[in-house]
Design a binder for this molecule. Structure first.
Ligand SMILES: Cc1cc2nc3c(=O)[nH]c(=O)nc-3n(C[C@H](O)[C@H](O)[C@H](O)COP(=O)(O)O)c2cc1C
Length: 455
């Protein structure tokens, strides 16, 4: 089934995800008059956002997460609801749109998490996706009995085994296991439900799962790490990749790198959708968009951001002067055990453009390293089309600076342009998240069934 009716035949369809975060991706968005004071725990705010995204026929909405209260609670809304719980509520408020939740492989156990995602997939009728993260940061580690974050490489080893165990658990029920034969008194066929008897480096899990196989077989597997280990992990397991890329050249290089690694891992490179992030700030004129961007930057309280930047760079805040460039002697990526690729992106951005600390804080305040683009709806559509045509993207992770207004403007003004250009669907044709992304339902590795297509 085509995942994008309305898209020009012969041209691969574009995919769009809405990254929903609080009052918006700009750190000062919560200070605007329009922003709800308690957006993060306001289910009506999130229902409204999901419905707007669905009105635009977007493939999915996405929630980030980390099992820790991040940063200074004074700076921005930082307390938030658990994503699979929130998405379960959004499943009831929407019909079509995919629902992607972040969950950590470092601070969960596969049995519980595989069950949670299987449940979300059943509740939503096959619309669940899992953004698989390894969680950087010692502050999260200290919520789970550890003194510091496990080593980067070890986190990715555990993530790989975690995903292997999870897929086996989802496969522990054959698709035809439940017969509910009331006459014979047989509910499920015992030989179609199987233990997995997994015993590995990190996990021992007998199985089977106590939830039937999800409608999609597995939830859509999403990943967002960009270090060497992160890209190898994506190449092996991910079906969609979120990424932060500042320039077109870096975007193309990343795209080709991940697809090459997927091929080397024995996968079809077409089976991975790559979605760089973009923070669109849209105005009726370019000047108006830039003014909105500047207005948001003026609302940033630089002290919070300076402390966070110093923390990321592993130096004291006093060593950063707001109106000077980054000092020499900050660590290299090799010396960082946290989010390696984002660290490098931030340092390279500052060095390449010779930004002062104040300017760097402004640039990061909008999208934490994602590309901010201020312009008219046509200009936003143009840059999307340009990156797409040049082979830097299969789609985009839309990260509005302000929510809901930024998402509304994108859906009402940019999406119709993309539709007119034959780049984006005008109606949903698929039922599941996999169908929106044009990706197959995985076969069952334990029961060697030819997997029936959902829908
Ligand atoms: C769009 C996007 C969303 C992300 N969301 C999360 C998240 O919700 N939780 C998290 O711990 N990390 C998140 N990350 C961070 C990545 O998982 C990863 O740790 C980071 O990009 C550094 O890559 P590396 O771990 O391969 O060095 C996100 C990254 C991107 C690009």
């Amino acid at each position: 089934m085509p995942s994008n009716p309305g898209a020009t035949p012969g041209r691969a369809p574009l995919h769009l995800n809405a990254f929903l975060m609080s009052t918006g991706h700009h750190e000062a968005s919560w200070r605007l008059a329009e922003s709800p004071a308690r957006a993060n725990s306001d289910i009506e705010h999130y229902k409204n956002l999901a419905r707007i995204a669905e009105r635009g026929r977007l493939d999915s909405v996405f929630l980030a997460d980390s099992p820790v209260l991040m940063g200074d609670p004074g700076r921005r809304p930082s307390a938030k609801l658990e994503p699979t719980v929130l998405l379960t509520a959004l499943a009831g408020a929407t019909e079509h749109i995919g629902l992607i939740a972040t969950a950590s492989t470092s601070y969960n156990e596969p049995y519980n998490l595989a069950r949670r995602f299987a449940s979300l997939d059943h509740v939503s009728g096959g619309r669940a996706g899992w953004n698989i993260v390894t969680t950087a940061g010692a502050d999260a580690a200290r919520n789970f009995g550890l003194d510091d974050t496990p080593l980067h490489h070890d986190r990715y080893r555990r993530a790989a085994e975690f995903v292997e165990v999870s897929t086996k658990l989802w496969d522990s029920w054959a698709d035809d296991a439940v017969v509910a034969d009331k006459e014979r008194g047989v509910h499920a066929l015992a030989d179609r439900v199987r233990r997995i008897d997994h015993s590995g480096e990190y996990f021992r899990v007998d199985g089977p799962l106590n939830v039937q196989r999800p409608p999609q077989g597995y939830p859509l597997l999403v990943q967002a790490g960009s270090s060497e280990d992160g890209k190898d992990f994506a190449a092996r397991y991910a079906e969609a990749v979120f990424t932060a890329q500042q320039t077109l050249e870096e975007g193309i290089a990343f795209y080709q790198d991940v697809k090459r690694r997927a091929q080397a891992a024995g996968r079809d490179p077409e089976g991975i959708r790559i979605l760089p992030g973009i923070v669109p700030v849209i105005g009726d004129t370019e000047a108006q968009a830039q003014e909105l961007d500047a207005e948001l930057d003026r609302l940033i309280v630089p002290d919070y951001a300076k402390r966070q930047l110093a923390d990321r760079l592993r130096i004291a805040p006093e060593d950063l002067a707001l109106d000077e460039e980054l000092p020499d002697g900050i660590p290299t990526e090799d010396e960082i055990e946290g989010a390696k690729s984002r660290y490098t992106l931030v340092v390279e951005l500052a060095r390449r453009e010779r930004l002062t600390v104040r300017q760097l804080i402004g640039r990061l305040g909008g999208g934490r390293g994602h590309r901010t683009f201020a312009g008219t709806a046509v200009q936003v559509a143009d840059t999307i089309e340009h990156w797409y045509d040049r082979g830097a993207a299969d789609g985009f992770n839309i990260m509005p600076a302000v929510l809901p207004s930024g998402l509304e403007t994108f859906v009402d003004q940019v999406v119709p342009i993309l539709q007119e250009r034959g780049l984006f669907r005008t109606e949903y044709t698929g039922r599941t998240l996999r169908e929106h992304y044009g990706l197959p339902r995985p076969a069952n590795q334990l029961f060697d069934l030819a997997a029936p297509l959902a829908g």
